[in-house]
Design a protein around this ligand. Structure first.
Ligand SMILES: [Zn+2]
Length: 615
């Protein structure tokens, strides 16, 4: 940005934090001025936790008691954000900072105490007859703010057992983490990364990062094949162990569902957010109906790469060699420009993020890796990046900015209790921001190669964030149904389930690759968070659906879409996600919504064909 002195770290160099000009670092004073102020916040939180326990036993007395307790919870929650993020962001900017780490742990300990000290609250609310509370909600406008919070507490209560039942569930809960803990140990601590020799004689050890980099950059198919096979062989060699662990995940899910009186594992998983199971079923069915553009893309890749056989390890290599660097200062201007369709007020907020130093831009010694947007209530969102001028880094910035604007608008519009939003809507703005940014970049691109790189980036992200996730969701739904029907789950059963899905999604565009059958074993989400990945796909579909209207040439359609979208962001967590999305005009139970993704993919593949083959 113009007011900053330009700074670009040398490629490959890792600067120490004090050499990065302050304009490229975040300014945490919006959270606390300094550690003294932070200490004051921490003390006031401690005091609030103490005094909250004095409210125990007062809730049933009437609306005023309940309101006072809710307000006390909100006040504690708001302070919690500040004490946590001030310490945690300080720590992430240089994780060698022991003092910051100690303070961060101090907050974690206090949070554990807070949870314990507040554990009486939900049961005490639930002990009041719901009709009584509904009467209070009618009578008190101040209490009515908490209507959704209260109703969803009672909704969750529907599958809570009696005291004896809950005690047994809690005792059994100690085993819950065993399948995933074992999986994590097997794939990290106990995993020996395989080594291979490349065609040029070079020896490489295939950590996951190395393996991905090789598939994305190595232009020799035999090298990619060797990497793919060595990497998957390490899973195939232990497939019976992985199958036993996965069976543990499935059986646990089925135990919980039955113990709590659900008809199936999927119902149990979706109940909390009140999402109908047809959403997942429709997602899968409509995606299977819309695989043609995906296959068309891979047929194009096979032609362009000129390979005799086209296999899973050929999916990620770039179609053209084109290495562009994107300096941060220029990209900042483009990010602001790309959100122009969302209106001037929105654009002004994005500009603030750059001007007011919400972003920690570059990698430095000790800094946490990756990227995130931190929703700091009471201040504003902060973004951690490790910006390295690649196209991925540019889209990551667009992505995190989407999360940040969601946080900002939601925090501005909602009372504290609804300021946070669920994962089910969280990836809508990040995905939509990326789509807007792609449109701008495609307009700006001056060469064919640059357009090809951009189109491939966008298509690959649909393939990996949408199609691949639906395939995984399909796999886990079918696997759970095996145990629900008392059918055996072995490595062979899981392998053939996966192989069948590959055929259903890719048809004959992919040539057979025996080891691809064990892919399920390396998808950690399946083991760590069952029924999670479908949400990437539903968010993607929601964003694609909104983008169709935002790209409309009819001003009224476009203006209406902007209104609906901004209202969705402002709505935060004020209702169930399906209700919020429905208000934004998105009905995920309809196949048409899901079809917006295959329509978008078809459009992008068409453009890519035109660029590469002049059709
Ligand atoms: Zn995200």
């Amino acid at each position: 940005m113009s007011q900053l002195k330009t700074f670009r770290p040398e490629p490959g160099a890792l600067p120490s934090r004090d050499t990065v000009p302050s304009g490229y670092t975040w300014d945490l004073t919006a959270i606390c001025q300094d550690w003294d102020e932070w200490t004051g916040c921490l003390k006031s939180l401690e005091a609030a936790i103490e005094s909250f326990t004095t409210l125990k036993g007062t809730l049933s007395r009437g609306p005023d008691g309940l309101l006072a307790a809710f307000r006390a919870l909100d006040a504690m929650g708001a302070t919690s954000y500040r004490v946590w993020y001030y310490a945690s962001l300080q720590y992430d900017q240089d994780q060698r900072d022991n003092a910051a780490n100690a303070k961060r742990q101090q907050v974690q300990i206090l949070f554990a105490r807070q949870q314990q000290a507040g554990s009486w609250f939900n049961p005490e609310v639930l002990a009041i007859p719901v009709e009584t509370i509904r009467g209070w909600l009618e009578a008190s406008a101040d209490l009515a703010v908490y209507r959704f919070a209260i109703e969803s507490l009672f909704h969750e209560q529907e599958h809570v057992l009696d005291e004896q039942g809950e005690r047994l569930m809690a005792l059994a809960g100690r085993f819950n983490s065993v399948p995933h803990d074992s999986y994590a140990a097997l794939t990290t601590a106990d995993m020996r990364a395989p080594s291979i020799t490349l065609s040029g004689g070079e020896r490489v050890t295939l950590s996951y990062g190395q393996y991905r980099a090789l598939l994305e950059t190595n232009r020799r198919q035999e090298d990619r094949a060797a990497a793919y096979r060595a990497f998957h062989l390490s899973y195939a060699d232990q497939q019976n162990t992985y199958a036993a662990l996965y069976n543990g995940v499935l059986q646990r899910g089925w135990f919980h569902a039955r113990a709590r009186g659900y008809a199936a594992t999927l119902d149990a998983e979706l109940h909390g957010n009140s999402i109908p199971t047809t959403v997942v079923e429709t997602l899968i069915a409509a995606t299977k109906d819309g695989v043609e553009p995906l296959r068309r893309y891979h047929r194009l890749r096979r032609r362009v790469l000129g390979v005799e056989s086209y296999r899973l390890f050929d999916l990620f290599v770039p179609l053209v060699e084109h290495d562009v660097r994107y300096p941060y200062d220029e990209v900042g201007e483009w990010i602001v420009e790309s959100v122009a369709p969302l209106g001037q007020a929105y654009q002004a907020q994005v500009r603030r993020a750059f001007r007011e130093r919400w972003i920690d831009v570059y990698e430095n010694v000790g800094k946490r890796s990756g990227a995130y947007s931190a929703p700091v209530y009471g201040a504003h969102p902060y973004m951690l990046l490790n910006y390295n001028e690649t196209l991925d880094a540019v889209f990551t910035l667009a992505h995190e900015m989407g999360h940040s604007m969601h946080t900002l608008l939601s925090h501005q519009a909602q009372p504290f209790v609804y300021a946070g939003y669920t994962i089910f809507v969280a990836e809508v703005p990040s995905t939509l921001n990326e789509a807007l940014f792609l449109d701008l970049m495609l307009d700006r691109a001056r060469s064919r190669d640059e357009r090809v790189v951009l189109l491939q980036h966008a298509i690959d992200s649909i393939a990996s964030t949408f199609y691949a996730q639906v395939l995984f969701a399909d796999f886990e739904l079918q696997a759970h149904r095996l145990v629900e029907q008392d059918r055996p789950v072995t490595a062979e059963v899981l392998n053939s389930l996966y192989a069948g899905l590959l055929r259903e999604y890719y048809g004959d565009v992919l040539d057979d690759e025996e080891l691809s059958r064990v892919t399920w074993a390396r998808i950690s989400h399946l083991f760590g968070s069952p029924y999670y990945v479908y949400q990437y796909a539903t968010c993607f579909a929601s964003a694609a659906c909104l983008m169709q209207d935002l790209r409309s040439q009819t001003p009224a359609v476009k203006a209406d879409a902007v209104d609906r979208y901004l209202s969705l962001l402002r709505a935060g967590g004020s209702d169930y996600p399906m209700t919020l999305l429905a208000r934004a005009g998105i009905d995920l139970s309809r196949p048409e919504t899901v079809r917006a993704v295959s329509a978008e993919l078809g459009m992008l593949v068409g453009r890519l064909e035109a660029e590469l083959e002049g059709r």
